[in-house]
Structures are given as structure tokens and as C-alpha cells.
Design a protein. Structure first.
Length: 393
């Protein structure tokens, strides 16, 4: 098949769906290309003035990336229209178009051009309660247009592909019920993220972490929704114990990072290490070095990669994005923003035998369902077998 993925942003060397799903599809023998914008997403305080990329053709992970200029961008929400998308699709002649983000203007563009180009259209969605908020007049008006467009053109959409249960619920509440809908989970590249005794030894030696010490780790793009300040405050007492250390990998707005640095200084030197963003391929070493991963706030793709590295994780128990992990005993839950609950879960995993049980459950789930190679095969089954006019299960 000739497959074209369309998305607002593409950032090389990251661990997102768009970095791995197209690549794995190509390994299975298909002609896969990506169309995206000439810029990166806006991360306030990080890349405000350094987002633009020259339009043109690029190559990443052996996939051709077509960067088109942006016709219009609404910076507050990150929504944009691509200029020249119809022309590109006409030239590439795809059998399947996979648009990323069901409520984006590009989804509407993909629906519009389907009639003249004739491809099978699949639209995935990453919405969740943390990023889906129709709370202004402009957003309400935009969503009214989106819903109406889907209803008028629903026969052009072969399938909606939410990446987790929260996305599925949002799609079902907003879009026509007679469009196919199937879960297509986010995953990890298990050829990169895998257990490694050598990596564990290397990083623990670098940071002077003893065999009997417990290293806690978290990672991501940080802001108030990720609750890293809550994590530091919750751990302030146990970090004074020589047995525990914390590594924080990632970055965020200067104001937020300064707050985290200030909190860490109150605990004492050497107990918390801050590391800037790492290439996706480097993260595996740090996940292997750690004993417990904690992502205390809004969900992150880093969780799946950490589990694929063999790291037991602690996560908010009410986040449906992690339902597949909890259903398979591949993670330990805690009540979000509840320090006692968080500490109880960390103390539970302080027991090496219990860590190993959670670890094995996680590795099994990755191998069975959540590796990008497995997810790519599932996506291709959807592309091949799903047609329009099939109602939701």
C-alpha cells in the first residue's frame, strides 16, 4: 500500500507515534510518507523563537518527510492549515491517508480531499481530559463547524482511531456514531527500549548510585499539569534517607523549572539530579538505571517506553489513558495529588520482589500488544479490512 501520514508537527529523534508507526509500517513492506508543517509545536519558554523549519523534503528513520508551508496558524491552540496539501496528495496518490488529530483543521482537509483523490481515510486522536477543553466562544464555534463537517461527510471517513480510552469517549460524544472506531494504542520501540544490565551499570556509576540505593525517575515536557513540584514535595522526607535519589529528565518554562530547582535545594545537595531533554535513544539507559518510575500528573508517552525498558512505574490511578496498564498489572496506581497514597506505592515497589513482578507484567504487555511493531500490524489490518458504514461496536 501507499500510505501517507498527515500531522501538524514532526520532531525528529523523539518517541511519539509519528516517529515510529510510519517507520514500522515501512519495515512491513509498504510505501510510507509523512506530510507535516514547516514548524515545530510551540513550547512556551522553550522554543518561542526557534520553531521554523525550511519547507521541503527531508528524511528521518528512512521515511520521506514533506514539510509544507502553513497557510494559517492559531498559536493559542496550535491548530493550523497546510498550504499545498491537496497538490501533494494528488502527486503522491496514496491508497491510505492517516491523519493525526481528529479535531484539527488537517482532518477537515483530509476529509475534503478524499472525495477527489479517492484514498481510504483514517483519523486518529490523542484527546484526553487534560487537553480537551471547549471553554471559550471561539472553541465552541470551531467545534460546531467540525462536528457539522463530519456529519455531512461521514461516508468519506473509513475509521476513527483513538489512541486510548479517553480519546475514544471524546470521539463517541462528538462525532457521528456510524463511523467505524477502533483503538490504536500508543507504544514503544522495543528494539531501543529494552532491559540492559550494561546500561544500568554505566549510568549508576556515572551518578554514584550504589547497588542498595533506590533511584526514582521521571521525564517529559514539564508544566503545572505534570505535577513534578508535587513529586518533589512529596519525596522531601524519604530523599533525606540515603537509600533514595531522584532524577528528573526534561525541561519546561523557565518559571516552572526555577520553582523545581528551588524545591530541590531545600532537600539537600546530591539528592535530585536535573537532566535536560535527551534523544529518544538515550533515555533507555536512564530507565534501566532507575528502580522506580513516577509520572505524577497528566499522562506521558514516556511511561510506555519506561515499561519497555523494564522499569516498574507509579501512575495516577484515575487516568484512563493508563487503563491497559492497570488492567494487566503492569503499573502501580496512586490517588493523584495525595502524598500518602504516592508514598505508599513507592514503598510497595521498594521491595525488589514486588518490583520484579510488575516489571515482568509490563514486559509481557509490551511484547504482546504495545510494541510499535505490533501496533503497526494492527494498523495495517484496519487499513485493509475496515470499510465505511460500519457502526461502532
Amino acid at each position: 500500500m501507499r500510505i501517507v501520514h498527515i500531522m501538524s508537527w514532526y520532531i525528529p529523534k523523539m518517541g511519539y507515534q509519528e516517529n515510529f508507526l510510519p517507520s514500522e509500517q515501512k519495515k512491513l513492506g509498504h510505501d510510507v510518507k509523512i506530510i507535516t508543517s514547516d514548524r515545530h509545536p510551540l513550547y512556551p519558554g522553550i522554543n518561542d523563537n526557534n520553531r521554523k523549519v525550511k519547507p521541503g523534503k527531508y528524511l528521518d528513520k528512512d521515511i520521506e518527510i514533506y514539510r509544507l508551508p502553513v497557510f494559517f496558524e492559531y498559536r493559542k491552540s496550535g491548530e493550523l492549515f497546510l498550504k499545498g496539501l491537496k497538490k501533494s496528495l494528488t502527486e503522491l496518490k496514496p491508497d491510505v491517508v492517516h491523519v493525526h488529530s481528529a479535531f484539527s483543521p488537517m482532518a477537515l482537509q483530509g476529509i475534503r480531499y478524499q472525495k477527489t483523490t479517492g484514498y481510504k481515510l483514517f483519523i486518529d486522536d490523542h484527546s484526553h481530559m487534560g487537553n480537551y477543553a471547549i471553554d471559550t466562544f471561539a472553541k465552541k464555534l470551531y467545534m460546531k463547524v467540525v462536528k457539522r463537517y463530519y456529519h455531512r461527510n461521514k461516508k468519506r471517513v473509513s475509521c476513527l482511531l483513538p489512541v486510548q480510552y479517553s480519546s475514544e469517549k471524546i470521539l463517541k460524544n462528538n462525532l457521528p456514531s456510524d463511523i467505524n472506531i477502533r483503538l490504536l494504542h500508543l507504544g514503544a520501540n522495543d528494539s531501543i527500549f529494552r532491559p540492559s544490565v550494561e546500561d544500568r551499570r554505566e549510568i549508576r556509576k556515572k551518578y554514584d548510585i550504589g547497588d542498595n540505593e533506590i533511584l526514582i525517575i521521571t521525564s517529559g515536557k514539564f508544566d503545572d499539569t505534570k505535577d513534578i513540584d508535587f513529586l518533589i514535595e512529596s519525596l522531601q522526607d524519604i530523599l533525606k534517607n540515603d537509600k533514595y535519589k531522584l532524577v528528573i529528565i526534561g525541561n519546561g518554562p523557565n518559571e516552572y523549572m526555577n520553582r523545581l530547582e528551588g524545591l530541590s535545594k531545600k532537600i539537600g545537595k546530591g539528592k535530585i539530579s536535573f537532566i535536560d531533554f535527551l534523544n529518544n535513544s538515550e533515555l533507555n539507559k536512564y530507565y534501566n538505571a532507575a528502580d522506580i518510575g513516577v509520572w505524577p500528573g497528566n499522562h506521558s508517552i514516556g511511561v510506555i517506553e519506561a515499561i519497555s525498558s523494564g522499569l516498574p512505574v507509579v501512575l495516577p490511578d484515575n487516568d484512563v489513558a493508563y487503563k491497559i496498564l492497570f488492567d494487566n498489572d503492569a503499573a502501580i496506581g496512586f490517588k493523584r495529588k495525595n502524598t500518602d497514597s504516592l508514598l505508599e506505592s513507592i514503598y510497595f515497589l521498594a521491595d525488589k520482589k514486588k518490583r520484579n513482578i510488575v516489571r515482568k507484567n509490563g514486559l509481557y504487555l509490551i511484547s504482546k500488544e504495545l510494541s510499535w511493531s505490533s501496533i503497526a500490524k494492527i494498523s495495517l489490518e484496519y487499513y485493509t479490512n475496515l470499510e465505511n458504514k460500519t457502526k461502532w461496536d
